[in-house]
Design a protein around this ligand. Structure first.
Ligand code: ADP
Ligand code: ZN
Length: 607
Protein backbone atom coordinates (compact mmCIF):
# COMPACT_ATOMS: atom_id res chain seq x y z
CA UNK A 1 0.00 0.00 0.00
CA UNK A 2 1.68 3.28 -0.94
CA UNK A 3 1.50 5.96 1.66
CA UNK A 4 -0.31 8.57 -0.35
CA UNK A 5 -2.99 6.05 -0.93
CA UNK A 6 -3.16 5.29 2.79
CA UNK A 7 -3.58 8.96 3.66
CA UNK A 8 -6.39 9.47 1.17
CA UNK A 9 -8.22 6.34 2.23
CA UNK A 10 -7.85 7.27 5.88
CA UNK A 11 -9.34 10.70 5.32
CA UNK A 12 -12.19 9.15 3.38
CA UNK A 13 -12.99 6.83 6.31
CA UNK A 14 -12.75 9.72 8.77
CA UNK A 15 -15.27 11.73 6.80
CA UNK A 16 -17.74 9.10 5.72
CA UNK A 17 -17.71 6.79 8.74
CA UNK A 18 -16.97 9.11 11.65
CA UNK A 19 -18.31 12.24 10.01
CA UNK A 20 -15.38 14.47 10.94
CA UNK A 21 -14.06 16.85 8.30
CA UNK A 22 -10.36 16.69 9.23
CA UNK A 23 -7.83 14.90 11.39
CA UNK A 24 -6.73 16.62 14.55
CA UNK A 25 -3.17 17.25 15.62
CA UNK A 26 -0.96 14.29 14.84
CA UNK A 27 -3.79 11.88 14.06
CA UNK A 28 -3.14 11.92 10.31
CA UNK A 29 0.55 11.07 10.67
CA UNK A 30 -0.12 8.34 13.22
CA UNK A 31 -2.88 6.75 11.16
CA UNK A 32 -0.69 6.74 8.08
CA UNK A 33 2.33 5.35 9.90
CA UNK A 34 0.43 2.51 11.55
CA UNK A 35 -1.73 1.98 8.48
CA UNK A 36 1.49 1.30 6.58
CA UNK A 37 2.63 -1.24 9.13
CA UNK A 38 4.79 0.86 11.46
CA UNK A 39 4.97 0.61 15.25
CA UNK A 40 4.00 3.67 17.26
CA UNK A 41 4.05 5.03 20.78
CA UNK A 42 1.40 7.72 21.11
CA UNK A 43 1.20 10.25 23.91
CA UNK A 44 -1.85 12.39 23.69
CA UNK A 45 -3.83 14.10 26.41
CA UNK A 46 -7.24 12.79 27.36
CA UNK A 47 -9.76 13.92 24.78
CA UNK A 48 -7.04 14.32 22.17
CA UNK A 49 -8.58 11.62 19.98
CA UNK A 50 -6.49 8.52 20.54
CA UNK A 51 -9.17 6.01 19.55
CA UNK A 52 -9.18 6.96 15.89
CA UNK A 53 -5.42 6.43 15.79
CA UNK A 54 -5.93 2.67 15.92
CA UNK A 55 -9.52 2.34 14.73
CA UNK A 56 -8.88 3.77 11.29
CA UNK A 57 -5.64 1.79 10.64
CA UNK A 58 -7.49 -1.36 11.74
CA UNK A 59 -10.10 -0.65 9.11
CA UNK A 60 -7.50 0.19 6.46
CA UNK A 61 -5.49 -2.96 6.96
CA UNK A 62 -6.53 -6.52 6.24
CA UNK A 63 -7.66 -8.51 9.22
CA UNK A 64 -8.85 -7.66 12.70
CA UNK A 65 -7.43 -4.92 14.91
CA UNK A 66 -6.84 -6.29 18.40
CA UNK A 67 -7.29 -3.67 21.12
CA UNK A 68 -5.89 -4.53 24.53
CA UNK A 69 -7.65 -2.59 27.22
CA UNK A 70 -7.96 -3.03 30.99
CA UNK A 71 -11.39 -1.42 31.00
CA UNK A 72 -13.74 -4.37 30.86
CA UNK A 73 -16.70 -2.40 32.16
CA UNK A 74 -16.45 0.03 29.27
CA UNK A 75 -15.99 -2.42 26.40
CA UNK A 76 -19.70 -2.74 25.76
CA UNK A 77 -20.05 1.03 25.35
CA UNK A 78 -17.03 1.20 23.06
CA UNK A 79 -18.41 -1.55 20.86
CA UNK A 80 -21.88 0.04 20.83
CA UNK A 81 -20.42 3.40 19.84
CA UNK A 82 -18.61 1.76 16.92
CA UNK A 83 -21.77 -0.05 15.87
CA UNK A 84 -23.56 3.33 15.76
CA UNK A 85 -21.14 4.52 13.09
CA UNK A 86 -21.24 1.19 11.28
CA UNK A 87 -17.91 -0.30 12.35
CA UNK A 88 -17.97 -4.03 13.09
CA UNK A 89 -16.50 -4.50 16.53
CA UNK A 90 -16.79 -6.96 19.42
CA UNK A 91 -15.09 -7.80 22.68
CA UNK A 92 -13.81 -10.83 24.52
CA UNK A 93 -13.80 -10.72 28.29
CA UNK A 94 -14.84 -12.56 31.40
CA UNK A 95 -18.36 -11.12 31.45
CA UNK A 96 -19.41 -13.24 28.46
CA UNK A 97 -20.97 -16.68 28.25
CA UNK A 98 -19.00 -19.44 26.60
CA UNK A 99 -21.33 -19.47 23.61
CA UNK A 100 -21.04 -15.74 23.11
CA UNK A 101 -17.25 -15.89 23.27
CA UNK A 102 -17.20 -18.76 20.78
CA UNK A 103 -19.33 -16.73 18.40
CA UNK A 104 -16.98 -13.75 18.60
CA UNK A 105 -13.97 -16.04 18.14
CA UNK A 106 -15.44 -17.31 14.90
CA UNK A 107 -15.85 -13.73 13.67
CA UNK A 108 -12.22 -13.00 14.54
CA UNK A 109 -10.92 -16.15 12.89
CA UNK A 110 -12.73 -15.44 9.66
CA UNK A 111 -11.81 -11.77 9.72
CA UNK A 112 -15.42 -10.70 9.67
CA UNK A 113 -14.97 -7.86 12.09
CA UNK A 114 -12.71 -4.83 12.10
CA UNK A 115 -11.91 -4.58 15.81
CA UNK A 116 -11.89 -6.83 18.83
CA UNK A 117 -11.33 -5.52 22.39
CA UNK A 118 -9.58 -7.97 24.70
CA UNK A 119 -8.68 -7.70 28.39
CA UNK A 120 -4.96 -8.36 28.99
CA UNK A 121 -5.50 -11.32 31.32
CA UNK A 122 -7.63 -12.93 28.64
CA UNK A 123 -5.05 -12.32 25.97
CA UNK A 124 -2.46 -14.25 27.96
CA UNK A 125 -4.43 -17.50 27.82
CA UNK A 126 -3.36 -20.29 25.51
CA UNK A 127 -6.81 -20.34 24.00
CA UNK A 128 -6.52 -16.71 22.99
CA UNK A 129 -3.02 -17.16 21.57
CA UNK A 130 -4.24 -20.05 19.46
CA UNK A 131 -7.08 -17.91 18.23
CA UNK A 132 -4.80 -15.06 17.24
CA UNK A 133 -2.31 -17.41 15.55
CA UNK A 134 -5.17 -18.67 13.40
CA UNK A 135 -6.59 -15.26 12.58
CA UNK A 136 -5.70 -12.44 10.24
CA UNK A 137 -4.44 -9.64 12.53
CA UNK A 138 -4.34 -6.06 11.31
CA UNK A 139 -2.60 -4.59 14.34
CA UNK A 140 -2.30 -4.64 18.11
CA UNK A 141 -3.36 -1.50 19.95
CA UNK A 142 -2.27 -1.32 23.58
CA UNK A 143 -4.54 1.20 25.23
CA UNK A 144 -3.75 2.82 28.60
CA UNK A 145 -0.15 1.78 28.03
CA UNK A 146 1.02 3.50 31.24
CA UNK A 147 -0.46 0.48 33.07
CA UNK A 148 2.85 -1.20 32.30
CA UNK A 149 4.68 1.26 34.53
CA UNK A 150 5.41 0.12 38.03
CA UNK A 151 5.85 3.70 39.17
CA UNK A 152 2.43 4.80 38.07
CA UNK A 153 -0.78 4.43 40.03
CA UNK A 154 -2.48 2.22 37.47
CA UNK A 155 0.04 -0.60 37.36
CA UNK A 156 -1.36 -3.90 36.00
CA UNK A 157 0.97 -6.87 36.20
CA UNK A 158 -0.54 -8.48 33.08
CA UNK A 159 0.69 -5.54 31.05
CA UNK A 160 4.29 -6.53 31.62
CA UNK A 161 3.65 -9.75 29.74
CA UNK A 162 2.48 -7.91 26.65
CA UNK A 163 6.03 -7.96 25.35
CA UNK A 164 5.24 -11.46 24.07
CA UNK A 165 3.16 -9.87 21.32
CA UNK A 166 6.30 -8.70 19.66
CA UNK A 167 7.94 -12.10 19.99
CA UNK A 168 4.95 -14.10 18.79
CA UNK A 169 3.73 -11.74 16.10
CA UNK A 170 6.84 -9.94 14.85
CA UNK A 171 5.18 -8.74 11.66
CA UNK A 172 2.05 -7.24 13.13
CA UNK A 173 2.28 -3.49 13.81
CA UNK A 174 1.76 -2.37 17.39
CA UNK A 175 0.53 0.95 18.65
CA UNK A 176 0.70 1.81 22.36
CA UNK A 177 -1.30 4.78 23.61
CA UNK A 178 -1.48 6.72 26.84
CA UNK A 179 -2.46 10.08 28.24
CA UNK A 180 0.06 10.03 31.07
CA UNK A 181 3.71 9.84 30.62
CA UNK A 182 6.49 11.89 31.97
CA UNK A 183 9.88 11.13 30.47
CA UNK A 184 10.55 8.27 32.87
CA UNK A 185 7.24 6.51 32.28
CA UNK A 186 7.60 6.93 28.54
CA UNK A 187 10.97 5.22 28.56
CA UNK A 188 9.57 2.47 30.73
CA UNK A 189 6.67 1.85 28.35
CA UNK A 190 8.99 1.69 25.35
CA UNK A 191 11.32 -0.65 27.18
CA UNK A 192 8.78 -3.05 28.64
CA UNK A 193 6.70 -3.33 25.51
CA UNK A 194 9.79 -3.61 23.33
CA UNK A 195 8.79 -0.51 21.45
CA UNK A 196 12.20 1.15 21.54
CA UNK A 197 12.27 1.31 17.76
CA UNK A 198 8.71 2.52 17.42
CA UNK A 199 8.04 6.01 16.15
CA UNK A 200 7.07 8.26 19.06
CA UNK A 201 4.26 10.76 18.62
CA UNK A 202 4.12 13.22 21.48
CA UNK A 203 1.28 15.72 21.31
CA UNK A 204 0.99 18.93 23.22
CA UNK A 205 -0.55 18.21 26.58
CA UNK A 206 -2.37 21.49 26.70
CA UNK A 207 -6.12 21.38 27.20
CA UNK A 208 -7.01 24.99 26.44
CA UNK A 209 -10.71 24.57 27.15
CA UNK A 210 -10.08 23.59 30.77
CA UNK A 211 -9.91 26.44 33.27
CA UNK A 212 -7.68 25.63 36.25
CA UNK A 213 -8.54 27.01 39.68
CA UNK A 214 -6.94 26.18 43.00
CA UNK A 215 -8.44 27.85 46.06
CA UNK A 216 -7.41 27.90 49.69
CA UNK A 217 -9.51 25.51 51.69
CA UNK A 218 -11.60 26.88 54.50
CA UNK A 219 -14.73 24.76 54.56
CA UNK A 220 -14.08 22.52 51.59
CA UNK A 221 -17.53 21.05 51.10
CA UNK A 222 -19.27 24.40 51.32
CA UNK A 223 -16.77 25.89 48.88
CA UNK A 224 -17.43 22.99 46.54
CA UNK A 225 -21.15 23.58 46.74
CA UNK A 226 -20.71 27.28 46.00
CA UNK A 227 -18.47 26.47 43.07
CA UNK A 228 -20.91 23.99 41.56
CA UNK A 229 -23.90 26.25 42.12
CA UNK A 230 -22.23 29.35 40.73
CA UNK A 231 -20.41 27.88 37.78
CA UNK A 232 -21.86 24.49 36.96
CA UNK A 233 -25.50 24.27 37.94
CA UNK A 234 -27.08 21.39 36.02
CA UNK A 235 -23.75 20.12 34.67
CA UNK A 236 -22.17 16.71 35.02
CA UNK A 237 -18.95 16.53 36.96
CA UNK A 238 -16.57 14.44 39.02
CA UNK A 239 -15.48 15.23 42.59
CA UNK A 240 -12.37 13.46 43.88
CA UNK A 241 -11.80 12.77 47.58
CA UNK A 242 -9.02 10.87 49.27
CA UNK A 243 -10.96 8.52 51.51
CA UNK A 244 -13.98 6.30 51.07
CA UNK A 245 -15.66 7.86 54.05
CA UNK A 246 -15.26 11.34 52.67
CA UNK A 247 -16.62 10.18 49.32
CA UNK A 248 -19.80 8.94 50.99
CA UNK A 249 -20.20 12.03 53.15
CA UNK A 250 -19.62 14.44 50.31
CA UNK A 251 -22.09 12.67 48.04
CA UNK A 252 -24.68 12.84 50.81
CA UNK A 253 -23.96 16.50 51.45
CA UNK A 254 -24.41 17.38 47.78
CA UNK A 255 -27.66 15.46 47.59
CA UNK A 256 -28.98 17.24 50.67
CA UNK A 257 -28.19 20.48 48.92
CA UNK A 258 -30.05 19.71 45.74
CA UNK A 259 -27.23 18.37 43.59
CA UNK A 260 -27.72 14.91 42.17
CA UNK A 261 -24.65 13.00 43.30
CA UNK A 262 -23.50 9.39 43.53
CA UNK A 263 -20.54 7.72 45.20
CA UNK A 264 -17.83 5.46 43.79
CA UNK A 265 -14.96 3.81 45.62
CA UNK A 266 -13.24 0.46 45.75
CA UNK A 267 -14.87 -0.46 49.07
CA UNK A 268 -18.34 -0.52 47.57
CA UNK A 269 -20.08 -3.65 46.47
CA UNK A 270 -19.14 -4.41 42.90
CA UNK A 271 -22.67 -4.33 41.50
CA UNK A 272 -23.40 -0.95 43.07
CA UNK A 273 -20.19 0.50 41.74
CA UNK A 274 -20.89 -0.76 38.25
CA UNK A 275 -24.44 0.59 38.28
CA UNK A 276 -23.30 4.01 39.51
CA UNK A 277 -20.72 4.13 36.75
CA UNK A 278 -23.30 3.16 34.16
CA UNK A 279 -25.68 5.85 35.42
CA UNK A 280 -22.96 8.46 35.27
CA UNK A 281 -22.22 7.57 31.66
CA UNK A 282 -25.84 7.49 30.60
CA UNK A 283 -27.41 10.38 32.43
CA UNK A 284 -26.96 14.10 32.23
CA UNK A 285 -26.81 16.53 35.13
CA UNK A 286 -25.16 14.12 37.50
CA UNK A 287 -22.13 14.34 39.79
CA UNK A 288 -19.87 11.43 40.68
CA UNK A 289 -18.04 11.72 43.99
CA UNK A 290 -15.19 9.24 43.92
CA UNK A 291 -11.76 8.13 44.98
CA UNK A 292 -9.14 7.91 42.26
CA UNK A 293 -10.35 4.35 41.66
CA UNK A 294 -12.85 6.01 39.35
CA UNK A 295 -12.21 7.39 35.94
CA UNK A 296 -9.73 5.57 33.78
CA UNK A 297 -11.28 5.19 30.37
CA UNK A 298 -14.39 7.15 31.26
CA UNK A 299 -14.95 8.78 27.92
CA UNK A 300 -18.10 10.71 28.75
CA UNK A 301 -17.35 13.76 26.63
CA UNK A 302 -19.54 16.29 28.47
CA UNK A 303 -18.05 16.17 31.97
CA UNK A 304 -18.04 19.91 32.64
CA UNK A 305 -15.97 19.97 35.81
CA UNK A 306 -13.55 17.93 37.85
CA UNK A 307 -13.15 19.03 41.47
CA UNK A 308 -10.58 17.91 44.02
CA UNK A 309 -11.43 18.19 47.69
CA UNK A 310 -8.06 16.75 48.65
CA UNK A 311 -4.59 17.34 47.32
CA UNK A 312 -3.51 14.74 44.73
CA UNK A 313 -0.17 13.01 45.25
CA UNK A 314 1.39 14.12 42.00
CA UNK A 315 0.90 16.34 38.99
CA UNK A 316 0.58 13.25 36.79
CA UNK A 317 -2.41 12.07 38.79
CA UNK A 318 -3.92 15.55 38.99
CA UNK A 319 -3.55 16.13 35.27
CA UNK A 320 -5.02 12.81 34.35
CA UNK A 321 -7.99 13.30 36.66
CA UNK A 322 -8.68 16.87 35.58
CA UNK A 323 -8.26 15.77 31.97
CA UNK A 324 -11.57 13.94 32.24
CA UNK A 325 -13.31 17.30 32.02
CA UNK A 326 -14.29 18.73 28.65
CA UNK A 327 -13.25 15.97 26.27
CA UNK A 328 -15.69 17.48 23.80
CA UNK A 329 -13.57 20.61 23.59
CA UNK A 330 -16.23 22.84 25.18
CA UNK A 331 -15.42 25.03 28.23
CA UNK A 332 -14.80 23.04 31.40
CA UNK A 333 -13.31 23.56 34.87
CA UNK A 334 -10.68 21.90 37.00
CA UNK A 335 -11.21 23.17 40.55
CA UNK A 336 -9.38 22.26 43.73
CA UNK A 337 -9.52 23.33 47.36
CA UNK A 338 -6.35 22.76 49.30
CA UNK A 339 -5.06 23.67 52.73
CA UNK A 340 -2.47 23.07 55.37
CA UNK A 341 -4.04 19.81 56.45
CA UNK A 342 -3.55 18.38 52.95
CA UNK A 343 0.14 19.09 52.97
CA UNK A 344 0.54 17.53 56.40
CA UNK A 345 -1.50 14.47 55.50
CA UNK A 346 0.25 13.77 52.20
CA UNK A 347 3.65 14.10 53.81
CA UNK A 348 2.59 11.75 56.54
CA UNK A 349 1.35 9.19 54.03
CA UNK A 350 4.76 9.18 52.41
CA UNK A 351 6.61 8.94 55.73
CA UNK A 352 4.46 6.11 56.94
CA UNK A 353 4.37 4.14 53.71
CA UNK A 354 6.15 0.83 53.49
CA UNK A 355 8.18 1.93 50.49
CA UNK A 356 11.97 1.98 50.57
CA UNK A 357 13.86 5.26 51.00
CA UNK A 358 14.52 5.63 47.32
CA UNK A 359 10.88 5.31 46.41
CA UNK A 360 9.89 7.67 49.21
CA UNK A 361 12.21 10.23 47.72
CA UNK A 362 10.49 9.88 44.35
CA UNK A 363 7.11 10.33 46.04
CA UNK A 364 8.41 13.36 47.92
CA UNK A 365 9.65 15.00 44.74
CA UNK A 366 6.32 14.41 43.05
CA UNK A 367 4.46 15.92 45.98
CA UNK A 368 6.76 18.94 45.99
CA UNK A 369 5.97 19.58 42.35
CA UNK A 370 2.26 19.38 43.16
CA UNK A 371 2.67 21.87 46.02
CA UNK A 372 4.63 24.13 43.73
CA UNK A 373 1.65 24.18 41.39
CA UNK A 374 -0.70 25.07 44.25
CA UNK A 375 1.48 27.87 45.56
CA UNK A 376 2.59 29.32 42.25
CA UNK A 377 2.29 33.04 41.67
CA UNK A 378 2.32 32.59 37.91
CA UNK A 379 0.10 30.87 35.34
CA UNK A 380 -1.01 27.37 36.39
CA UNK A 381 -0.98 26.10 32.82
CA UNK A 382 2.58 27.26 32.25
CA UNK A 383 3.55 25.39 35.37
CA UNK A 384 1.64 22.23 34.39
CA UNK A 385 2.98 22.09 30.88
CA UNK A 386 6.47 22.80 32.11
CA UNK A 387 6.21 19.70 34.25
CA UNK A 388 5.60 17.69 31.10
CA UNK A 389 8.51 19.39 29.39
CA UNK A 390 6.50 21.87 27.34
CA UNK A 391 7.02 25.62 27.03
CA UNK A 392 3.95 27.85 27.12
CA UNK A 393 2.99 31.45 27.75
CA UNK A 394 0.40 32.68 30.28
CA UNK A 395 -2.93 31.28 29.24
CA UNK A 396 -5.56 33.77 30.31
CA UNK A 397 -7.76 30.88 31.39
CA UNK A 398 -6.65 29.95 34.89
CA UNK A 399 -7.22 31.62 38.24
CA UNK A 400 -3.77 33.14 38.51
CA UNK A 401 -4.09 34.66 35.04
CA UNK A 402 -7.65 35.89 35.62
CA UNK A 403 -7.09 37.24 39.14
CA UNK A 404 -3.34 37.51 39.65
CA UNK A 405 -2.46 36.58 43.21
CA UNK A 406 -0.84 39.21 45.35
CA UNK A 407 2.60 38.35 46.63
CA UNK A 408 4.35 40.05 49.51
CA UNK A 409 7.67 40.03 51.29
CA UNK A 410 6.89 37.47 53.97
CA UNK A 411 10.30 37.49 55.64
CA UNK A 412 9.16 39.07 58.91
CA UNK A 413 6.08 36.92 59.53
CA UNK A 414 8.05 33.83 58.52
CA UNK A 415 10.76 34.75 61.02
CA UNK A 416 8.10 35.17 63.70
CA UNK A 417 6.66 31.77 62.87
CA UNK A 418 10.03 30.03 62.84
CA UNK A 419 10.99 31.65 66.16
CA UNK A 420 7.76 30.55 67.76
CA UNK A 421 8.37 26.97 66.64
CA UNK A 422 11.86 27.20 68.09
CA UNK A 423 10.74 28.78 71.36
CA UNK A 424 8.23 26.01 72.07
CA UNK A 425 11.10 23.56 71.67
CA UNK A 426 9.79 22.16 68.38
CA UNK A 427 7.43 20.01 70.36
CA UNK A 428 4.02 21.41 69.40
CA UNK A 429 1.68 21.14 66.47
CA UNK A 430 0.36 23.90 64.21
CA UNK A 431 -2.68 24.86 66.30
CA UNK A 432 -0.69 25.56 69.42
CA UNK A 433 2.10 27.44 67.64
CA UNK A 434 -0.47 29.69 66.00
CA UNK A 435 -2.20 30.27 69.35
CA UNK A 436 1.13 31.37 70.82
CA UNK A 437 1.75 33.74 67.92
CA UNK A 438 -1.71 35.22 68.22
CA UNK A 439 -1.49 35.54 72.01
CA UNK A 440 -4.44 33.29 72.80
CA UNK A 441 -5.19 32.43 76.42
CA UNK A 442 -5.72 28.70 76.04
CA UNK A 443 -5.48 26.11 78.79
CA UNK A 444 -2.51 24.53 77.18
CA UNK A 445 -0.69 27.83 76.90
CA UNK A 446 -1.17 28.40 80.62
CA UNK A 447 -0.08 24.89 81.50
CA UNK A 448 3.17 25.31 79.59
CA UNK A 449 3.64 28.97 80.59
CA UNK A 450 3.94 29.83 76.93
CA UNK A 451 2.38 33.22 77.65
CA UNK A 452 5.68 34.27 79.12
CA UNK A 453 7.62 33.60 75.91
CA UNK A 454 8.99 36.57 73.96
CA UNK A 455 7.07 35.37 70.89
CA UNK A 456 3.71 35.30 72.68
CA UNK A 457 1.29 37.54 70.82
CA UNK A 458 3.81 38.88 68.27
CA UNK A 459 1.51 37.69 65.49
CA UNK A 460 -1.77 39.03 66.83
CA UNK A 461 -2.19 41.18 63.73
CA UNK A 462 -3.01 38.15 61.58
CA UNK A 463 -5.97 35.78 61.59
CA UNK A 464 -5.61 32.09 62.20
CA UNK A 465 -6.39 31.43 58.52
CA UNK A 466 -3.59 33.76 57.47
CA UNK A 467 -1.11 32.00 59.73
CA UNK A 468 -2.20 28.65 58.38
CA UNK A 469 -1.63 29.90 54.85
CA UNK A 470 1.86 31.09 55.81
CA UNK A 471 2.68 27.85 57.56
CA UNK A 472 1.45 25.87 54.59
CA UNK A 473 3.79 27.75 52.28
CA UNK A 474 6.68 27.45 54.70
CA UNK A 475 6.17 23.68 54.75
CA UNK A 476 5.90 23.64 50.96
CA UNK A 477 9.17 25.59 50.81
CA UNK A 478 10.81 22.98 53.05
CA UNK A 479 11.65 25.30 55.96
CA UNK A 480 9.51 23.35 58.39
CA UNK A 481 8.59 19.69 58.62
CA UNK A 482 5.86 17.95 60.53
CA UNK A 483 6.99 15.14 62.81
CA UNK A 484 4.31 12.51 62.69
CA UNK A 485 5.92 10.33 65.26
CA UNK A 486 5.58 13.15 67.77
CA UNK A 487 2.02 14.41 67.70
CA UNK A 488 2.50 16.28 64.43
CA UNK A 489 4.89 18.69 66.07
CA UNK A 490 6.53 21.29 63.87
CA UNK A 491 10.29 21.10 63.39
CA UNK A 492 12.72 23.47 61.72
CA UNK A 493 14.88 22.15 58.89
CA UNK A 494 18.39 23.27 58.02
CA UNK A 495 16.89 25.49 55.37
CA UNK A 496 15.20 27.55 58.10
CA UNK A 497 18.47 28.87 59.51
CA UNK A 498 19.36 31.42 56.76
CA UNK A 499 15.85 32.86 57.04
CA UNK A 500 15.82 33.00 60.80
CA UNK A 501 19.36 34.24 61.32
CA UNK A 502 20.62 35.59 58.03
CA UNK A 503 17.57 37.50 56.94
CA UNK A 504 17.20 35.55 53.70
CA UNK A 505 14.05 36.91 52.05
CA UNK A 506 10.91 34.85 51.55
CA UNK A 507 8.27 35.81 49.02
CA UNK A 508 4.77 34.61 49.93
CA UNK A 509 1.39 34.45 48.35
CA UNK A 510 -1.14 36.66 50.06
CA UNK A 511 -3.94 34.80 51.76
CA UNK A 512 -7.21 35.47 50.00
CA UNK A 513 -10.46 35.01 51.82
CA UNK A 514 -12.62 32.54 49.96
CA UNK A 515 -15.10 34.53 47.94
CA UNK A 516 -18.26 33.31 46.30
CA UNK A 517 -17.41 32.21 42.80
CA UNK A 518 -18.72 34.36 40.04
CA UNK A 519 -18.83 33.63 36.37
CA UNK A 520 -16.12 35.49 34.50
CA UNK A 521 -17.69 38.33 32.54
CA UNK A 522 -15.91 37.79 29.26
CA UNK A 523 -15.12 34.49 27.61
CA UNK A 524 -11.37 34.13 27.90
CA UNK A 525 -9.06 32.86 25.23
CA UNK A 526 -9.46 29.17 24.58
CA UNK A 527 -13.18 29.10 25.17
CA UNK A 528 -15.37 27.89 22.38
CA UNK A 529 -18.25 30.12 21.38
CA UNK A 530 -21.39 28.52 22.73
CA UNK A 531 -24.00 31.22 22.36
CA UNK A 532 -27.08 30.26 20.47
CA UNK A 533 -29.96 32.47 19.37
CA UNK A 534 -33.27 31.73 21.15
CA UNK A 535 -34.52 29.86 18.07
CA UNK A 536 -31.31 27.78 17.88
CA UNK A 537 -31.46 27.15 21.60
CA UNK A 538 -35.03 25.88 21.28
CA UNK A 539 -33.96 23.48 18.53
CA UNK A 540 -30.94 22.40 20.55
CA UNK A 541 -33.15 21.64 23.58
CA UNK A 542 -35.54 19.70 21.39
CA UNK A 543 -32.66 17.74 19.89
CA UNK A 544 -31.43 16.87 23.35
CA UNK A 545 -34.81 15.44 24.26
CA UNK A 546 -34.85 13.49 21.04
CA UNK A 547 -31.40 12.18 21.93
CA UNK A 548 -32.50 11.04 25.41
CA UNK A 549 -35.30 8.99 23.91
CA UNK A 550 -33.21 7.59 21.10
CA UNK A 551 -30.38 6.63 23.44
CA UNK A 552 -32.82 4.90 25.74
CA UNK A 553 -34.38 2.99 22.86
CA UNK A 554 -30.92 1.79 21.75
CA UNK A 555 -29.74 1.37 25.36
CA UNK A 556 -26.54 3.33 24.77
CA UNK A 557 -25.23 6.51 26.45
CA UNK A 558 -26.62 9.69 24.91
CA UNK A 559 -23.26 10.85 23.58
CA UNK A 560 -22.97 7.69 21.50
CA UNK A 561 -25.89 8.98 19.42
CA UNK A 562 -24.47 12.50 18.96
CA UNK A 563 -22.27 14.66 21.19
CA UNK A 564 -23.44 18.11 22.30
CA UNK A 565 -21.11 19.84 19.87
CA UNK A 566 -22.79 18.04 16.95
CA UNK A 567 -26.30 18.86 18.19
CA UNK A 568 -25.24 22.48 18.57
CA UNK A 569 -24.00 22.57 14.99
CA UNK A 570 -27.22 21.00 13.76
CA UNK A 571 -29.19 23.63 15.70
CA UNK A 572 -27.19 26.35 13.98
CA UNK A 573 -27.27 24.89 10.47
CA UNK A 574 -30.93 23.80 10.68
CA UNK A 575 -30.65 21.35 7.77
CA UNK A 576 -33.82 20.72 5.82
CA UNK A 577 -32.43 17.85 3.75
CA UNK A 578 -30.07 14.95 4.22
CA UNK A 579 -27.59 16.63 1.91
CA UNK A 580 -27.48 19.71 4.12
CA UNK A 581 -26.89 17.56 7.13
CA UNK A 582 -24.01 15.69 5.54
CA UNK A 583 -20.75 17.41 6.40
CA UNK A 584 -21.79 18.54 9.87
CA UNK A 585 -19.00 17.42 12.18
CA UNK A 586 -19.95 14.15 13.86
CA UNK A 587 -22.49 13.07 11.23
CA UNK A 588 -21.15 10.10 9.26
CA UNK A 589 -22.98 8.08 6.62
CA UNK A 590 -24.40 5.50 9.02
CA UNK A 591 -25.78 8.07 11.42
CA UNK A 592 -27.14 10.09 8.54
CA UNK A 593 -29.00 7.02 7.34
CA UNK A 594 -30.20 6.12 10.85
CA UNK A 595 -31.26 9.54 12.12
CA UNK A 596 -31.18 12.03 9.26
CA UNK A 597 -34.86 11.83 8.38
CA UNK A 598 -36.00 12.15 12.00
CA UNK A 599 -33.85 15.20 12.56
CA UNK A 600 -34.81 16.95 9.35
CA UNK A 601 -38.45 16.36 10.25
CA UNK A 602 -37.97 17.60 13.80
CA UNK A 603 -36.38 20.79 12.50
CA UNK A 604 -38.96 21.51 9.80
CA UNK A 605 -41.67 21.06 12.43
CA UNK A 606 -40.14 23.91 14.39
CA UNK A 607 -39.79 26.38 11.53
P1 ADP B 1 -8.91 10.05 23.96
O1 ADP B 1 -9.07 8.56 23.88
O2 ADP B 1 -7.63 10.54 23.42
O3 ADP B 1 -9.20 10.61 25.30
P2 ADP B 1 -11.15 10.02 22.17
O4 ADP B 1 -10.59 9.12 21.15
O5 ADP B 1 -12.17 9.48 23.10
O6 ADP B 1 -9.99 10.70 23.01
O7 ADP B 1 -11.71 11.32 21.45
C1 ADP B 1 -12.26 12.39 22.19
C2 ADP B 1 -13.42 13.01 21.42
O8 ADP B 1 -12.95 13.70 20.28
C3 ADP B 1 -14.40 11.97 20.92
O9 ADP B 1 -15.71 12.47 21.12
C4 ADP B 1 -14.04 11.84 19.46
O10 ADP B 1 -15.12 11.38 18.69
C5 ADP B 1 -13.62 13.26 19.10
N1 ADP B 1 -12.68 13.30 17.97
C6 ADP B 1 -11.57 12.56 17.80
N2 ADP B 1 -10.93 12.87 16.65
C7 ADP B 1 -11.65 13.87 16.08
C8 ADP B 1 -11.50 14.65 14.87
N3 ADP B 1 -10.49 14.45 14.02
N4 ADP B 1 -12.43 15.60 14.62
C9 ADP B 1 -13.47 15.79 15.48
N5 ADP B 1 -13.66 15.10 16.62
C10 ADP B 1 -12.76 14.16 16.92
ZN1 ZN C 1 -2.95 30.86 33.11
Amino acid sequence: MDSQDTGARALHLLQTVFGYPAFRGQQAEIVEHVGNGGDALVLMPTGGGKSLCYQIPAMLRDGVGVVISPLIALMQDQVDALAEVGVRAAFLNSTQTYEEAARIERLVRTGQIDLVYIAPERLMTQRCFDLLQDSPIALFAIDEAHCVSQWGHDFRPEYIKLSVLHEQFPNVPRIALTATADQQTRAEIAHRLQLEDAMQFVSSFDRPNIRYQIVEKANGRKQLLDFITAEHGGDSGIVYCLSRKKVEETAEFLNENGIRAMAYHAGMEHAKRASNQARFLREENIVMVATIAFGMGIDKPDVRFVAHLDLPKSIEGYYQETGRAGRDGMPASAWMAYGLQDVVLQRRMIDESEADENFKRVLGTKLDAMLGLCETLSCRRVRLLDYFGEQASPCGNCDTCLIPPVSFDGTVPVQKLLSAIYRVDQRFAAGHVIDVLRGMESERIKTWHHDSLSVFGIGADRSEQEWRAILRQVIALGLVTVDHEQFSSLKLTDAARPVLKGGQKVQLRQYQKPVKQKRAAAAPKGYVETDLTPQEQAIFDKLRWWRVETARAHSVPAYVIFVDATLREIAKAQPTSLDQMRGISGVGEKKLASYGDEIVELISAMQ
